[in-house]
Ligand binder design. Structure first.
Ligand SMILES: Cc1cc2nc3c(=O)[nH]c(=O)nc-3n(C[C@H](O)[C@H](O)[C@H](O)COP(=O)(O)O)c2cc1C
Length: 357
């Protein structure tokens, strides 16, 4: 790996954080779809608010609440501080945490500490390693996998599928051939569960089925309605090359808003699980635009085991209100559980959602 390539990766990871905090990079023509639903009110909840239990399980382990901090960063010096704070919050609430793409850790050992720091500050929670589809397409070797897992004492490996992001990225890698084949090999050889996620364009039922048949343990839908990674990369592209009109204006608008809304992914995958009983117990993560406890609650009633969030968690960390934000989201969740008569997360999953008129 040349110094130039390594520097581009560092620049990219730094500017992702900066752009996500500053620029307007949300979908402007699409929402998560979660706002289309509301819970049926229960006038007889038969629940004491103080008794409501938010704990649940993920991949067989008890966790404090059905929330995960999504994969974000690592691989440059400032990322160590971000990851430390994310890890401390995750440990405090006993919720799972994903780190950002570990490609940099594989390319340059001096950046490994920015990932390893998470385990030092979060000794007891589930922490997940992360790598992108382009690396999977090339075929990860055994030593790459060992480095990623050992650095974090990881509980699993997350693979992100990000075709639209790579398409817009100035230095994007658009060779997505053989990803599925290599994923199947990976799930056969690795000793921990493999989670596959998108980064904001969503996972359809068709793709979910291909992934499950390839041995993937968990699917994180990372649907449309939160960040548009096409927009993030368009900001980087324009900074480097100016307005180049790569796409015609109306196509550009459609591509920047490309993706399956989070709620639609959940509905479609729930149907798939009904049709294919052998996948009935597969855990689904709802993410893409999650920004409060009602989003978490609706996600669970639409079939998710957990909800996960990246950008709003990053913003809260930046504003020094991360713990308070998570606390507020969990309080939202408790309020919904009280008003639907759910004293446990399992109860909440069976509560009725109504499509708003
Ligand atoms: C600053 C930042 C960096 C990210 N880097 C990664 C990454 O390295 N690997 C990955 O799988 N997802 C990455 N993501 C995507 C998120 O994990 C998530 O899937 C996506 O942003 C949608 O969720 P959100 O709407 O809650 O932000 C990143 C997100 C943010 C905000």
């Amino acid at each position: 790996m040349s110094d130039t390539t390594s520097n581009i990766t560092i620049e990219r990871k730094q500017s992702h954080v900066e752009i996500c905090l500053q620029d307007n990079i949300a979908f402007n023509r699409k929402t998560t779809g979660l706002e289309r639903f509301e819970f049926e009110h229960n006038a007889l909840p038969e629940v004491y608010l103080s008794d409501i239990d938010l704990s649940t399980t993920f991949l067989g382990k008890k966790i404090g609440a059905p929330l995960m901090i999504s994969s974000m960063t690592g691989g440059y010096s400032k990322a160590a501080t971000l990851n430390q704070h994310l890890a401390m919050a995750a440990e405090q609430f006993n919720i799972p945490l994903g780190v950002g793409s570990m490609r940099q850790a594989l390319e340059n050992s001096s950046y490994r500490e920015s990932f390893a720091v998470t385990r030092k500050f979060a000794p007891s929670i589930q922490i997940f390693a992360n790598i992108g589809a382009p690396e999977i397409a090339k075929g990860l070797n055994k030593s790459d996998i060992t480095i990623m897992l050992e650095l974090l004492e990881a509980d699993g490996l997350i693979v992100h599928l990000n075709a639209a992001q790579e398409l817009f990225q100035p230095e994007g890698n658009t060779d997505f051939r053989h990803v599925l084949e290599h994923l199947a090999t990976l799930t056969d050889t690795i000793t921990v569960p493999v989670i596959v996620k998108e980064v904001g364009c969503g996972i359809s039922a068709t793709v979910a089925l291909q992934l499950l048949e390839a041995g993937v343990s968990v699917i994180d839908v990372a649907g449309a309605g939160g960040i548009s990674w096409q927009k993030v990369e368009e900001v980087r592209y324009t900074r480097q090359f100016g307005q180049e009109n790569r796409f015609s204006p109306s196509a550009l608008e459609e591509l920047l808003n490309w993706g399956i809304p989070t709620a639609q992914c959940l509905l479609d995958i729930r149907e798939l699980k009904k049709e294919r009983p052998e996948f009935r117990d597969v855990e689904i993560i709802s993410s893409g635009g999650i920004q409060c406890g009602t989003d978490i609650a609706k996600s669970l009633a639409l079939g998710a085991q957990l909800a996960a969030s990246a950008r709003h968690i990053l913003k809260a960390l930046h504003e020094k209100s991360l713990e308070k934000t998570i606390h507020t989201w969990l309080n939202d969740l408790k309020a919904i559980m009280f008003l639907t008569g759910a004293s446990t997360i399992e109860d909440l999953k069976n509560k009725r959602l109504i499509i708003k008129q």
